[in-house]
Structure formats: C-alpha cells, structure tokens
Design a binder for this molecule. Sequence first.
Ligand code: ATP
Ligand code: LTN
Length: 334
Amino acid sequence: MSNDKKLLYSGMQATGTLTLGNYLGALKNWVTLNEEYECLYGVMDLHSLTVRQVPADFRKNARSLYALYVAAGLDPEKNCIYYQSHVSGHAELSWILSCFTYMGELNRMTQFKDKAAKHADNINAGLYTYPVLMAADILLYQADLVPVGADQKQHLEITRDIAQRFNSIYGDVFTIPEPYIPKAGAKIMSLQEPEKKMSKSDENANATIKLLDDRDTIIRKFKRAVTDSDTVVRYAEEKPGISNLMDIYSCVTGKSNDEIEKEFAGKGYGDFKLAVGEAVADELAPLQKRYEELMADKAYLDAMIKMNDEKAQYLANKTLRKVQKKVGLTERIR
Ligand code: ATP
Ligand code: LTN
C-alpha cells in the first residue's frame, strides 16, 4: 500500500451473528490497532462453506458481518474491508500452498477435530484444508500482524511454517506474520457452560451474548449466567463462571481484577452480574445504532464493497503473480 506502516490482516467467518467472544477476542482489538497499521479485513465467506449454509441466510449474514465491522469503528474508506470470495487469488494461492503443506500437519489441527466431531455427517475436504486457505488469506497480502482470539493460534503457527518452507525453497517471497492474541478476552467462555468457549454456533441462546441483542436481553442473559455456590467475586481457576464474567467486565471497563474484586467486596453475585450486563449493554449500544443506519443505507455499503474488492484484488494479484513465477508456472502471453 501507499505508506510504510506495517500491514494488519484479519477476518471472520460469515456464519451467524457475532458474539461478545468474537468482539472482545478480535473485533475490538482490530479497532484499537487500526491507526497504527495499514489494515485489511475480510468477510471470510469461502471458509464459511466448510459448514453447510442456507444460501439466502448466508448472503444476509455476510452483509451483516461487513456492516458490523464498520459499525464497530473500522472506516471502509481508510481500511480495505472486502469479501474473500470476490478476490479469486485466495483460492488460487490456497491450491499452490496446499502442495507445500503436509497431511501430518493438518492432522494435528484441533479445530478440525472439534468441527469434525460436531458435523460428523459432513466431514468434507474443505474442513480439512481450512488452515491452508487461511494461510493463503494472510500471505497473499504480506501481512505483518494478525489479531485473532486464542483458538486461532494453531492456524497462525501453520501459516508461519508454510511461509517459511516456501521461502526456504524460493527466497524471500512471503512476509512471516506475527499473531496478536490479547491478554484479556482471548477466550470468552459460554455463559451456561463456562468450561466451553462462547461460540456463535451454540444452540443454547442463553450461552452467548450476540452483538445485536437488546439491552434487556443482555442483562437477562448475564443474570442467568452459571456461576458457583460461593458468594465472593474473586478470580480463580475453580470459579470459571465468575472468572469469565470478570474477564468480560475487565475488557469492557478497563479495570483490573484487583479493582473489580474491591469494587464488589461485600456485595453478592447479583449486583456483579447486573453491573456486567449494564457495562456490556452500554458498550454495544453505539455499535448497534450505527449498524442499523448502515444496513438502511444500501448505496453506501455497496459502494464501499465495490471499491474495496478492487483494492484487495489489486494487492492480491501482486503476490499471486510473484508466487506463480517463482514456482515456474508459465506466464500468460499478453
Ligand atoms: P463458530 O462457532 O461458528 O465456529 P466462532 O464464534 O468461533 O465461530 P469465528 O468466525 O471462527 O467465530 O472467529 C472469529 C474471531 O473471533 C476469531 O479471531 C476467533 O479467534 C475469535 N473468537 C471466536 N470465539 C471467541 C471467544 N469465545 N473468545 C474470544 N475470541 C473468540
Ligand atoms: N479461521 C478464522 C477466520 C479467518 C481468518 C483468516 C482470521 C479466515 N482467514 C485470516 C485471520 C486471518 C476464524 O476466526 N475462525
């Protein structure tokens, strides 16, 4: 791109409405890091195809995800926010990289194991090669930094391994990306089963806070959050429910665990849960308002999508042509 800022790349799958986990683990950090980096954010719709989608819902989810990125504070005029499927280079580079990825490496991926167990009737090859496509997303743009939640760490490691392997054969083709995994909020847990991560595909509505839940729903879900039989607000491994709520409260208010423990000393879980619910609802209110405005302005979103698709396509092609040449594919005759 045009200046010498380092490049940040990230994205999310377009499957269902985002949760507070997606927001605190990823999206909120994208906004914080935004000014320092040149940024690209993808709506990862090709990755979403690894799980069966209803076409009409899928299209709506993808647009809604685009609008949520913008509503969270990412300016589409300053950042390249685009659809993965609109840039053919992702699939093309993914094929080439799959020839530099070992099955032994893919066999170790825990997300594949989890998803295969969850979708036992549809263990498709895309689910298996998912990390190769993710490596292609990142390497195509020569990203320096990739902010994600803790569950994506293994995918970043395999991306680095593939890039290093390729570079060791062909010279310095790819930038080796660094993961950015936040200290607080990297793994927000389910409100109903606090030993499981909060996931947008959870069937129990009370387990997740959706970014578009209204204030009353948010407060009600926090009130019902599973905790323990103790009454003291304290961060501890044997108190996963309360510790998770403290993580959430800390991410949203910026308060440390010590400060939170002091704030709620002598008060019960009820007061604490209400405070967490209110803080989260306050944090999400401006995002929700902006989201509604954006979804009502079709022309604006369409113009942003078109402009950024072209920008991404241009950047992607630069790397793709270089890679094709390096591996010895015959250049097109113009
Ligand atoms: P699904 O449950 O449908 O597989 P997901 O909720 O895990 O999806 P992704 O699209 O896979 O969502 O992830 C988008 C981003 O949100 C990634 O950076 C991921 O690390 C982060 N993320 C997802 N869930 C959490 C969570 N519970 N806590 C923190 N970060 C999360
Ligand atoms: N697998 C990621 C989504 C994703 C991604 C990427 C994130 C696909 N390609 C490239 C960062 C960079 C997930 O969050 N589940």
